[in-house]
Design a protein around this ligand. Structure first.
Ligand code: GLU
Length: 287
């Protein structure tokens, strides 16, 4: 196992595909509060691998909004768009273990053949391309067919053996709990795409390790995805951080806040006269 610095390091890792809202503010405030409780540091990472949806102006606005909230970070911001080589290397390490395979199925085909749903409710990939002959793989890759690279989750899980990880509650110094990871419920997840050597799962694992993250604070909506992250950490020889899953900030209909549902941005609340203290109070972190 690689060495782990004894200094707790946490991170807030938003995607710059819109302005931050109260849900993001809560997640960021929880992260900085946990860093303070642990006597550690919180870092900012911009998760901008999706070149179509992510915009540099949103990345800058995230920094401005966090500074307005009174949050700061001691080292330069990491941008995932700068880290494609690291993701390609991790993909190659999995390929060397024969755990990645090319999949040529379209979204429609996957939906039609799905054997159920994954924990996010998306169609579960039935493994159609897993046993494709090498010659056909080569022919289709050379022809330039649209391709994604999937993890052979069954083989990976068999190799990894029993997978556990550590979870802590809102008081991050409380007694930790050990959880079993069940990555098989995700099926063969996509880890790389044509032209992009990573998906969210691979990038987050590679970067948490590169930034020496000791504690990941993320929303409960990301809890199940941790199964895949713990599996990838094991396969890549990386130390798993400790996890804290925080509650989600919901709108009055009980739905998670989202830009797509028109949740007000921090910028619009600021323009309407809100102060950082109002934001803290609104998310239940006031004094
Ligand atoms: N980038 C992810 C998001 O904006 C969260 C990152 C993580 O906790 O892994 O939802």
């Amino acid at each position: 196992m690689p060495n782990r610095s004894s200094n707790p390091i946490l991170r807030f890792a938003p995607s710059p595909n819109g302005r931050l809202h109260l849900g993001h503010a809560y997640s960021a405030l929880v992260t900085w509060r946990a860093a303070a409780t642990l006597g550690g540091t919180a870092l900012l990472r911009i998760e901008d691998i999706d070149a179509e949806r992510c915009k540099p102006e949103f990345a800058q606005a995230i920094e401005d909004d966090l500074h307005w909230l009174g949050l700061d970070w001691p080292v330069p911001v990491m941008h995932q768009s700068d880290r494609m080589q690291a993701y390609a290397d991790a993909g190659n390490a999995l390929r060397d273990q024969r755990l990645l395979y090319p999949c040529f199925c379209s979204r429609t085909e996957v939906a039609a053949l799905a054997t159920g749903t994954d924990p996010d409710g998306a169609p579960l990939y039935p493994g159609t391309c897993r046993h494709m002959a090498r010659s056909e793989q080569i022919e289709r890759l050379e022809r330039g067919d649209p391709v994604q690279f999937r993890l052979d989750t069954e083989a990976a899980t068999a190799r990894a053996g029993m997978l556990t990880y550590t979870v802590v509650g809102p008081l991050v110094t409380d007694r930790p709990q050990i959880r079993h990871a069940r990555p098989e419920r995700w099926g063969d997840v996509v880890l790389q795409r044509k032209g992009t050597p990573t998906s969210y799962h691979l990038a987050v694992v590679v970067d948490d390790a590169a930034q020496d993250i000791t504690h990941v604070t993320r929303g409960r909506d990301m809890e199940a995805a941790t199964d895949i992250h713990v599996l990838l950490q094991m396969l890549l020889g990386l130390t798993s951080p400790i996890y804290h899953f925080h509650r989600l900030i919901l709108d009055e209909d009980g739905r998670k806040l989202a830009k797509s549902k028109g949740s007000p941005s921090l910028a619009s609340l600021r323009e309407a006269g809100w102060t950082p203290a109002d934001v803290r109070r609104a998310v239940g972190l006031g004094d």
